[in-house]
Design a protein around this ligand. Sequence first.
Ligand SMILES: *Cc1c(COP(=O)(O)O)cnc(C)c1O
Length: 384
Amino acid sequence: MNTVPPLDLSQQYKLIQDEVSQAVQAVLASGRYIGGSIVEAFEQEFGQYIGVQETIACNSGTDALFLALRAFNIGPGDEVITTPFTFIATAEMISAVGATPVFVDIDPQTFNLDIEQIPNAITARTKAIIPVHLFGQSVDMTRLMVIAQSYHLAVIEDCAQATGASWQGQKVGSIGHIGCFSFFPTKNLGACGDGGAVTTQDPALAQSMRIIKEHGQASRYRSETIGINSRLDALQAAILRIKLRYLDTWNQQRQTLARRYHQLLDPLSEIITPQEIACGQSVWNQYTIRVQSTSDAVNSTLKPRDYLRNYLQEQGIGSMIYYPIPLHQQPVYQGLGYSAEQLPIVEAICQEVLSLPLFPELSSDQQDQVIYAIKEGLVQTLQL
Ligand SMILES: *Cc1c(COP(=O)(O)O)cnc(C)c1O
């Protein structure tokens, strides 16, 4: 039986292995493994790609969020508004600097923050908003920036899943005050290990992030603030420079596959396909459908989504649940005191989402296998 993995990074490596080997050998031979011209060149090229003055490479998307929050002096007593439907790192770094995450419910069409609900969550303590461009799709940055400006709030974009995505022709990471990127291997631009970057148009913010990522040192061995050690290795920078040149092609392949999923899945009434909003261009880090909980299945112990996922698994089709638990219901955030049904949309969505195999090298044969298995699986699900 042919299987379809949720993700296969080895195919992409095969495509570029000669270039990567050469670049890696060159770094190894140079004897310069931390910092240096390769890292600087990557920062330059990445900044140009995103459309910003300043890029600072760091160790991970998580560190990028930490640096951005610290650059705004956000700390104890401050509140930061974000989405409960994201990877834990987004809220975790708000907590790590000593501030409090404030969760606003999501828009069920896009899975992103419901912009209309943001003003209700703003208090005298609110310092920033962290919109997350989830699954590769930009938040409505026009409306978000209007709200942020009128309340004088910082905007830190979490672009970890959306490298190359745009909003009204502008790349995400160039619209808010700071953009935070992850080069974790499964992201659209992935290293062969950990990596991240922050982007900004503001030289003063860039300067403070450079200082914080190097032990608070404004000059060598002179520390002015408590910092961290967060670096992108020269080896990873060399690999990322190569992959950056392919990124637009790979993102276009993802878009083609997403459109084909739309066409083939839209006729199925039990499934809601992800919506693209007109002003943005998604780069489809994930293709996430909703398997609706039908009344027929109400008495079943297994949710239709979970039943379908198990069926796909049996057929050799990989799928993932991003995310099974909204952040306000994570054990670590029990103390924030959110009640059940306080954020009803995200709580319902977490029971329904299923991310299907999507990576640039996925073949249409494999995609057909996924669709076939979904159709068969739905028939069985409905017989529950
Ligand atoms: C992956 C991810 C991060 C964290 O990035 P790392 O490089 O793994 O630290 C943060 N936010 C979101 C939305 C992510 O998907």
